[in-house]
Design a protein around this ligand. Structure first.
Ligand SMILES: NC(=O)c1ccc[n+]([C@@H]2O[C@H](COP(=O)([O-])OP(=O)(O)OC[C@H]3O[C@@H](n4cnc5c(N)ncnc54)[C@H](O)[C@@H]3O)[C@@H](O)[C@H]2O)c1
Ligand SMILES: CC(C)CCC[C@@H](C)[C@H]1CC[C@H]2C3=C(CC[C@]12C)[C@@]1(C)CC[C@H](O)[C@@H](C(=O)O)[C@@H]1CC3
Length: 345
């Protein structure tokens, strides 16, 4: 029989630690003196002192091997929203999260911090200063978000102070920063194809974009404040830059910083939404014979043309959260890091 290693409070595991957010989390944890194990289906980098366990989180035995002696687990693994694979989203985010919870309980893990998403309450219509008590979306914007809702419910319901297993969920929104594989690369690709000329709507919709280091700060604060008597047990927390910005100003600042023209012609929101819907239906209809990936999906149009910003008052009150990096500095650092995506002179 394998000997069980006693959990140490500074020993943690980051499931999804090879990803964009996960790697920043690992780097910050190491700087703060934690001993870190990464569990991921791929190994993307090496850091002295960090142990990598390559495996699928749906495999409980593989997880158990990585969770030996671990008292704190960060779960930030998910298939990318753009992969558009319903069965994979369900297998990893729902069934896989159940497996993670079982493995944590069997391995004697005491705390788990889940990376959820603020979009669990968003239905494609305006949210202004949304609080955590908004109901979960009845019609989530996509299947990825539907599985993020189920995942968050599972993790928060598993919180059990009597059994000594505490959980909390962090809901970031629009994470950006150096090494982000999603937001800036998609934006630049769209601009290079000449499709970033138009502003959808009046350009005055406010949105949260959150610098990755602030998201990490929220996760670590949550882990350190999560105790049996604390208000964090079984709760969700928005973590944002607390500086809502006009969606199109943010996009323009990144584009201009990288040498591209900002969008300037206005198009009515409803018109673009209906066009995106028609295109989407056409893509679905043609899917058996032709695989197309349109830039303007109804989901992206909704995100580009509505207000969606969230209050982080609860995180400020319960865990003393304050963003560490301003939006201005976050954008400057991000633009600087994407030299390879700059427009050729
Ligand atoms: N990027 C955003 O804007 C954003 C916003 C809100 C919430 N989130 C959430 O934050 C988390 C991290 O997102 P990210 O942007 O860093 O994504 P990412 O794709 O860079 O990282 C996800 C990691 O999970 C790993 N993974 C996927 N399936 C796995 C499996 N079956 N077993 C083990 N590992 C697996 C991947 O290999 C990857 O390293 C996700 O849960 C995501 O839903 C992201
Ligand atoms: C072609 C365009 C009009 C704009 C191109 C930029 C978009 C690719 C991004 C702008 C807002 C982003 C966003 C997400 C994906 C990329 C964008 C649409 C998420 C849906 C990714 C998943 C997260 O969970 C969501 C969250 O709650 O933070 C993101 C919301 C913003």
């Amino acid at each position: 029989m394998a000997t069980r290693i006693r959990p140490s409070s500074k020993r943690c595991a980051v499931i999804g630690g090879s990803g964009f957010l996960g790697r920043y989390l690992v780097e910050q944890l190491v700087d703060r003196g934690y001993s870190v194990s990464v569990f991921d289906i791929r190994q993307g980098y090496e850091i002295p002192g960090v142990t990598f366990h390559q495996g699928d989180l749906c495999d409980k035995q593989a997880l158990l091997a990585a969770l030996q002696g671990v008292s704190l687990v960060f779960h930030c693994a998910s298939p990318a929203p753009s992969c558009d694979d319903r069965s994979l989203f369900h297998r990893v985010n729902v069934d896989g999260t159940q497996t993670v919870l079982k493995a944590c309980q069997e391995a004697g893990v005491q705390k788990m911090v889940l990376t959820s998403s603020a979009s669990v309450v968003y239905e494609g219509t305006d949210i202004k200063d949304g609080k955590e008590d908004l109901p979960y979306a009845k019609k989530p914007i996509d299947y990825y978000t539907e599985t993020k809702i189920q995942q968050e419910r599972l993790v928060l319901e598993a919180c059990d102070t009597e059994k000594g297993f505490l959980t909390v969920a962090i809901r970031p929104h629009g994470i950006f920063g150096p090494r982000d594989p999603q937001l800036v690369p998609i934006l630049v690709d769209t601009a290079r194809r000449g499709k970033m000329k138009f502003i959808i709507g009046d350009g005055k919709n406010l949105v949260d974009f959150t610098f990755v280091e602030n998201v990490v700060h929220g996760h670590i604060l949550a882990a350190e404040r999560l105790r049996p008597e604390s208000p964090l047990c079984g709760k969700a927390y928005h973590i944002t830059n607390d500086e809502p910005v006009y969606f199109w100003d943010f996009m323009s600042q990144v584009l201009v910083g990288l040498g591209y023209d900002p969008p300037k012609y206005r198009l009515p929101y409803q018109l673009v939404y209906v066009l995106a819907m028609v295109l989407w239906l056409l893509v679905l209809f043609l899917r058996p014979v032709l695989q197309l990936r349109p830039t303007f999906t109804p989901m992206r149009v909704a995100l580009a043309g509505t207000h969606h910003f969230y209050s982080c008052a609860r995180a400020k009150q319960d865990m003393g959260y304050q963003p560490l990096v301003s939006l201005k500095d976050g954008i400057a650092r991000t633009v600087e890091s994407y030299a390879h995506l700059r427009k050729a002179a």
